[in-house]
Ligand binder design. Structure first.
Ligand code: F6R
Length: 369
C-alpha cells in the first residue's frame, strides 16, 4: 500500500506533482480562463465581494497565508487570514459581501467548521477548499472547490498543502477575471506558469538525496530557526511546523525582517537557521533583504541552510548548506520551496527513530474544539 516507501508520508511527498496537476486539471482553459463552474457562487456574487477572510488550522492556515499574497495582489480585495480557532471568538466584522474561504483537508476540523458556521450566521458567503468529498465543511458551505489531491494517510500534511495552495491560486485568478481587474490581462501568462508547476515540483523531488543526507546529519540538533519573507514567510512557518510535529524538535518560523526585533538573540554558535530565499528576478529587493538577513545570522555563528533558486549566486558565500529549487515566479515559489522542508523534517524524524506517519499526540482529523 505504501508503494515501496517506508512511510506513507514519503509516498505522499512523491505524489505531489500528480496531486497538484489533479487540482489544476480541467480548471485552466485554452484562452487563459479559469473554469470554476463547479463553484456554486454566481459571477455577481463574486463581483459583490469587498472583503475576504481565510480561516483554517495548522498547515491549511499556512496555505491561507500564502493565498493572501496572491489574492490581494491579483484581485485588490482586502484579504485577512485567521486561525479558525480565534476567528469566531473575536466577533469579526462580516456581512453579505464578505467571502469567507475555509480551507481544510479533512473537511471535519471542528475549529474550522465552527468558524464557518459563525460566518454563515453573519450572512457571509462561504467557499470551502477541501480534499475530502462530501465531508461536513463543504456540505455546510455555499460553494466548494475540491483539491482532488487523493487520500492523505500520513498525519502530517504534505500533498494536501500544495494542493490547497494551488486551489487558492485558482480562486484568486478566477476572482480577478470575473471582476475584470486591470491585472486580468496577465492571467494568461500566470496560467501557463501554473501549468508548469507539477513538472517543476517533480524536478525538485529528483534532487532530494542531499537534503535527506543533510537531515541525517542534523538529527541531533535540538532547535531550528526558519526564516522567510513575503510568501517565504508562511513557508518558514510550515517548515518549522513539520519539524515540530515529526521530529519533536523545537523549531520556530519567523518573518526574516522580524529577526532584529528580538529573535536574533536566540542565535548562538552552530544554531541551524533555514532560510527561504525569494527569486532574485522580479522582486529583487525582497531577495536582497533576505540575503542580508542570512549574513546577519551567520555573523552571529548560525549554521545556514539556504533554499535558493538555481542561478542565484549571491547566496553562495553565506550558505553552509545550499538547497536549489527551479526558477519560478515569486508568488508561485511556495509550490517548490516547501518540498525540501518536508523532506528535511521527515529525514530528521526518521533518523531520530520516530514513526513518521503517526507522530505522538496527533490525530489526522481534529474533531474537537
Ligand atoms: C499539519 C497538520 C495539521 C492540519 C490541521 C488542519 O501537518 O496536518 O496542522 O493541517 O489540523 O486540518 P484540516 O486541513 O483537515 O482541516
Amino acid at each position: 500500500e505504501k508503494g515501496g516507501y517506508p512511510w506513507f508520508m514519503l509516498k505522499e511527498i512523491e505524489e505531489q506533482p500528480q496531486a497538484v496537476a489533479d487540482t489544476l486539471r480541467g480548471r485552466l482553459g485554452d484562452q487563459g480562463e479559469i473554469l470554476l463552474d463547479e463553484v456554486r457562487l454566481t459571477d455577481q456574487d463574486l463581483r459583490d465581494v469587498d472583503k475576504i477572510f481565510i480561516v483554517a488550522c495548522g498547515t491549511a492556515y499556512h496555505a491561507g497565508l500564502v493565498a493572501k499574497y496572491a489574492i490581494e495582489h491579483w484581485t485588490r480585495i482586502p484579504c485577512e487570514v485567521e486561525l479558525a480557532s480565534e476567528f469566531r471568538y473575536r466577533d469579526p466584522v462580516l456581512d453579505r459581501s464578505t467571502l469567507v474561504v475555509a480551507i481544510s483537508q479533512s473537511g471535519e476540523t471542528m475549529d474550522t467548521l465552527m468558524a464557518l458556521r459563525h460566518a454563515k450566521d453573519q450572512k457571509a458567503r462561504v467557499l470551502a477548499i477541501c480534499n475530502t468529498n462530501g465531508s461536513t465543511i463543504p456540505r455546510e458551505s455555499d460553494a466548494v472547490l475540491y483539491t482532488h489531491g487523493g487520500p492523505e494517510i500520513a498525519v502530517a500534511s504534505t500533498k494536501a498543502f500544495l494542493t490547497q495552495v494551488a486551489a487558492c491560486f485558482l480562486v484568486g485568478l478566477h476572482l480577478a477575471q470575473v471582476r475584470g481587474v486591470k491585472f486580468a490581462d496577465e492571467v494568461g501568462a500566470i496560467v501557463d506558469q501554473l501549468q508548469a508547476m507539477p513538472g517543476l515540483i517533480k524536478r525538485v523531488l529528483s534532487t532530494m538525496d542531499g537534503v535527506r543526507e543533510l537531515g541525517r546529519s542534523l538529527a541531533s540538533q535540538s532547535t531550528f530557526i526558519f526564516l522567510g519573507r513575503h510568501v517565504g514567510y508562511p513557508i518558514a512557518l510550515e517548515g518549522a511546523l513539520k519539524l515540530k510535529e515529526l521530529a519533536y524538535v523545537h523549531a520556530e518560523g519567523f518573518a526574516a525582517g522580524e529577526l532584529k526585533h528580538g529573535p536574533i538573540a536566540l542565535i548562538s554558535e552552530g544554531t541551524p537557521v533555514v532560510a527561504v530565499v525569494p527569486s532574485p528576478a522580479g522582486r529583487g529587493f525582497l531577495h536582497d533583504k533576505v540575503v542580508s538577513n542570512i549574513q546577519e545570522v551567520r555573523a552571529r555563528g548560525a549554521m545556514t541552510i539556504v533554499i535558493a533558486e538555481e542561478g542565484d549566486e549571491a547566496v553562495v558565500p553565506y550558505a553552509d548548506h545550499l538547497i536549489r529549487v527551479p526558477r519560478t515566479p515569486t508568488l508561485l515559489a511556495p509550490l517548490v520551496t516547501t518540498v525540501p522542508l518536508q523532506v528535511l523534517a521527515a529525514s530528521i524524524a526518521d533518523a531520530r527513530g520516530h514513526d513518521v506517519d503517526q507522530p505522538r499526540n496527533l490525530a489526522k482529523s481534529v474533531t474537537v474544539e
